[in-house]
Design a protein around this ligand. Structure first.
Ligand code: SF4
Ligand code: SF4
Length: 100
């Protein structure tokens, strides 16, 4: 999807289409990514409540992982997790590890 130029944006940056953030892959500019330690997770859903991008993936009331296309790497989930089950790792390092 092509990004709009500044002249095409609504005055004041007003959002006229609610829910349109799904179209923007904010994960592309992430510097850090959250990584879940499933051994520590108690599925309390606190990270899910706090995530500003709805990027915590849940199935049958259990955390499954992260939507890395939309997670912007803010680290709020890691900060709020009471069990320290989420750590933030450098995106570049994680990509290198995946390529091995
Ligand atoms: S806040 Fe931590 S313990 Fe709770 S569901 Fe999220 S990762 Fe698991
Ligand atoms: S790092 Fe931020 S955007 Fe990504 S899953 Fe955690 S709270 Fe959500």
């Amino acid at each position: 999807m092509a990004l709009k130029g500044w002249k095409e944006l609504e005055l004041g940056g007003v959002i006229l289409e609610p829910g349109n953030t799904i179209e923007y892959q904010s994960g592309k500019w992430r510097v850090f990514r959250p990584v879940l330690d499933m051994e520590k997770c108690i599925h309390c859903m606190i990270c899910w409540i706090y995530c500003p991008d709805s990027s915590i993936e849940v199935k049958d009331s259990k955390i499954e992982g992260f939507d890395y296309e939309h997670c912007k790497g803010c680290g709020i989930c890691a900060r709020e997790c009471p069990k320290e089950a989420i750590i933030m790792v450098k995106e570049a390092k994680a990509i290198k590890e995946e390529a091995k």
